[in-house]
Design a protein around this ligand. Structure first.
Ligand SMILES: Nc1ncnc2c1ncn2[C@@H]1O[C@H](COP(=O)(O)OP(=O)(O)O)[C@@H](O)[C@H]1O
Ligand SMILES: [Mg+2]
Length: 262
């Protein structure tokens, strides 16, 4: 069952700006990790921003559990239904890790029996050491800050988790750790996890990928990473990947998928 649906989405920055999205539809399921991939400037961050209701579409709808997120309080949606891991973490530098997590817990208005303990336990689960949990954010490494950012995003138990290049600045071992966290969130806890990534490792380890260039028109389905039985899945061919990154790739990709089997 889809938890998140995009219907006929159109978006441009400002009046008369170029259309980044021109009316596409797709859907996302619970219990699944998605990678959104595509060249720089294609609109990956914009897509996450729209899904987080930080940006309003020019046209079309974004439905969570069949309700348009822009029909109700988008602030409340962000505080409780969706967890966001920003590219630059967006942690509050003057607070320590626990305080950063607890702030989001407070804003969510969810009930916790012991807030501090909950935040501490969550940070430990994300792989932070006791010593680091109470240190100011700026004394933590990039990987540690990333773990705090993830802890904060999931602290109020949102059904949807959005992450923008969450392993962008990390070594490959930390990248693997972070990837495992996202996989557990989807496969064990039933979350819908959507990761924007440049990393080939991440893209090949998720359940499904969506190439942003294909998200321009029409109905698009995320591709199984292992390759669908219909043979219409993601390609590994570098030349084909290169051509799919071209200007007309969206149209080409879409038409390609609509071709009947020979
Ligand atoms: N706030 C903004 N105002 C105007 N244009 C923007 C803004 N943010 C991004 N853009 C433009 O929109 C396009 C998509 O940007 P973005 O979603 O950040 O791409 P990606 O994350 O795939 O690299 C780019 O051409 C970018 O320059
Ligand atoms: Mg981006």
């Amino acid at each position: 069952m889809s938890i998140l649906k995009i219907e006929d989405l159109t978006f441009s920055y400002g009046q008369g700006g170029r259309n980044i999205f021109q009316g596409f539809s797709t859907s996302f399921e619970a219990g699944t990790v998605y990678a959104v991939v595509g060249k720089s400037g294609a609109g990956k961050t914009t897509l996450l921003s729209l899904l987080a209701a930080l940006t309003k579409p020019t046209g079309g709808k974004i439905l969570v559990n069949d309700k348009n997120i822009f029909d109700s309080d988008t602030y409340r949606y962000r505080c409780s239904d969706v967890g966001i891991v920003f590219q630059n973490y967006n942690l509050l530098p003057k607070l320590n890790a626990v305080e950063n997590v607890m702030l989001s817990m407070d804003i969510s208005e969810k009930e916790y029996s012991n807030k501090t303990q909950y935040a501490v336990d969550l940070l430990k689960k994300m792989g932070l050491e006791d010593y680091d949990i109470f240190r100011p954010i700026l004394q933590l490494s990039g990987g540690q800050q990333q773990r705090v950012a993830i802890a904060r995003a999931i602290s109020y138990d949102p059904a949807i988790i959005l992450a923008d290049e969450p392993t962008g600045n990390l070594d490959s071992r930390t990248e693997q750790d972070i990837l495992n966290i996202f996989q557990n969130l989807a496969h064990r806890d039933g979350k819908c996890v959507i990761i924007v990534t440049h990393s080939a490792e991440v893209a090949s380890a998720v359940d499904k990928t969506i190439t942003i260039e294909s998200l321009k028109y029409g109905t698009v389905e995320a591709e199984d990473v292992t390759g669908g039985a219909d043979g219409g899945g993601q390609t590994d061919d570098p030349d084909l990947m290169e051509s799919m990154a071209g200007i007309d790739a969206g149209v080409w990709d879409f038409q390609y998928k609509k071709q009947p089997e020979a």
